[in-house]
Ligand binder design. Structure first.
Ligand SMILES: Cc1cc2nc3c(=O)[nH]c(=O)nc-3n(C[C@H](O)[C@H](O)[C@H](O)COP(=O)(O)OP(=O)(O)OC[C@H]3O[C@@H](n4cnc5c(N)ncnc54)[C@H](O)[C@@H]3O)c2cc1C
Length: 448
């Protein structure tokens, strides 16, 4: 089997790893001539960290990233408050990574690319998909290099403006709010403490200002400033003027502006996630406002859901991708849009509570049309004892492309290659299990 993935953002890379580690021939092409260097999606949600543990990239992500910084709120030059987007909470036996983790998207992508390369797959830059057709058996794609590729499946992970989605004629319904615009980018700022974040605004208009959030692995901050109708100046001089205006002249001297853009909130959901042998995933299938930090995370989860199903190849399994992920995307879009409105209205309390954004509560329970794959909630972590008598976490046993059979105090032997015998009372409690229960955990960590 072979799969062509168009787009090497976080979605395409995650899918590439998922397929390559199952020994499936995969090509990951990208129309860009070089890798994008902006921080964009810099908030990794707890569920994404769990996926990254399974993919074997979590250690690097933790090493290179940082915790969510304290934000110092300055109004008219005075420090008036200090707060965090979400207060950190302690890990528990069932939730090992309860807090979001900050890492600029370009760094996350580099880590994923390095992992993909370990499986012998290099991203092919300057290679766009420019046309394709399909039969019931095969997809034939035309590349900008002039090459024609045949593949069993094509996945469009080619971002919000997805060529693949448009070519399939899939509607992308939703809104682009032209009334809200934000200046976003990455810059270094001498005079600011890189351990914390800042919000600078005027006392009489506290919602109009500039946020500076420290980026790990250097001295840059990601900045974000709502634009009130003024012409956007994306140059460093324009940005310096904005910072001087909100923070006071001399507060910060900007340098090293590597990315700057004017962004409009877009909330859209594709009508379908699949036509025949062609799938769409990530921003190609749903685009989000940045509030709540869901876009990148939802794309990673799409890829994690789709990878093992493509490898499985049975139609009834493949059919569940759209049902599970489109339902989830619709829910997540509701959350991000809600938070965006609260942000516009000046109510930051929901964001501060980290409400609903951790993606740990994503569930595929009670979805119609997912038979025979009746599925449930996320399989939690739990302390167990492995076959050699060592104390391990369930997530360590889930690592890899396989499914896992949990057997609670079994009385008979099992032939399942990944059966785990569980006697720990804590695991019984976490799984609400009774002696003799058996629970199958899908390769993507959901109760089957
Ligand atoms: C300012 C900003 C802040 C954000 N903050 C967050 C956050 O905190 N948390 C979060 O989760 N998300 C955030 N996001 C969203 C996040 O950046 C996106 O959701 C994420 O990049 C989507 O990943 P993707 O792989 O689906 O698509 P993309 O990252 O858009 O990747 C698509 C790739 O496809 C390539 N491509 C396009 N057309 C073709 C073609 N025809 N052929 C081949 N390749 C093609 C492109 O070059 C690109 O590399 C933010 C976005 C922005 C702009």
């Amino acid at each position: 089997m072979n799969v062509l993935i168009a787009g090497a953002g976080p979605t395409g890379l995650t899918l590439g790893i998922e397929l390559a580690r199952r020994g499936i021939a995969v090509r990951v092409i990208d129309k860009a001539t070089e890798f994008f260097d902006g921080s964009r999606g810099d908030g990794l949600q707890p569920r994404t960290l769990e996926v990254f543990e399974d993919l074997g990239v979590l250690d690097e992500v933790l090493k290179q990233g940082r915790s969510v910084p304290l934000m110092k709120i300055h109004l008219s030059g005075q420090l008036v408050d200090e707060r965090r987007m979400a207060e950190p909470v302690e890990p528990t036996a069932d939730i090992p990574y309860p807090n979001a983790w900050m890492l600029g998207q370009s760094r996350t992508e580099k880590i994923l690319r390095d992992k993909l390369a370990e499986y012998g797959v290099q991203v092919e830059l300057d290679t766009a998909i420019v046309g394709f057709s399909q039969t019931t058996d095969v997809v034939t794609a035309e590349l900008s290099t002039g090459e024609t590729v045949t593949a069993d499946y094509l996945v469009g992970a080619d971002g919000g403006k997805s060529f693949v989605r448009k070519q399939l004629g899939i509607a992308f319904e939703g809104t682009t709010d032209e009334s809200i615009r934000m200046l976003l980018g990455d810059v270094a700022a001498d005079g600011l403490d890189h351990e914390v974040g800042y919000w600078f605004a005027a006392k009489d208009n506290p919602m109009s200002g500039i946020a500076m959030t420290p980026l790990s692995g250097g001295d840059q901050f990601q900045f974000g400033a709502p634009l009130d109708g003024e012409d956007a100046d994306t140059s460093i001089e324009g940005l310096q003027a904005l910072v001087d205006n909100y923070a006071g002249p001399g507060t910060a001297k900007l340098r090293d502006l590597t990315w700057s853009t004017v962004w409009r909130p877009n909330v859209r959901l594709a009508e379908k996630f699949r036509v025949g042998r062609v799938f769409i995933a990530g921003d190609a299938a749903h685009v989000h406002p940045p509030t709540g930090g869901q876009g990148l995370n939802t794309g990673v989860q799409d890829a994690y859901n789709l990878g093992w199903k493509l490898a499985d190849g049975r139609e009834e399994v493949l059919a569940t991708y759209e049902t599970e992920r489109r339902t989830n995307a619709a829910r997540v879009l509701g959350i991000s849009e809600d938070l965006m409105q609260k942000h516009v209205d000046g109510d930051e309390s929901a964001l501060e509570r980290g409400e609903n954004t951790r993606q740990l509560d994503v569930s595929y329970r009670d979805l119609a049309d997912t038979r025979p794959l009746t599925s449930g909630d996320r399989a939690p972590d739990a302390p167990v004892v492995d076959a050699e008598g060592n104390k391990v976490r369930l997530f360590e046993l889930f690592r890899g492309p396989h499914e896992t059979l949990l057997r609670f105090s079994p009385t008979t032997p099992s032939t399942h290659p990944h059966a785990v015998e569980i006697t720990s009372p804590e695991a019984f409690a976490i799984y609400h299990a009774q002696p003799g229960d058996e629970i199958l955990i899908r390769p993507d960590g959901y109760l089957a």
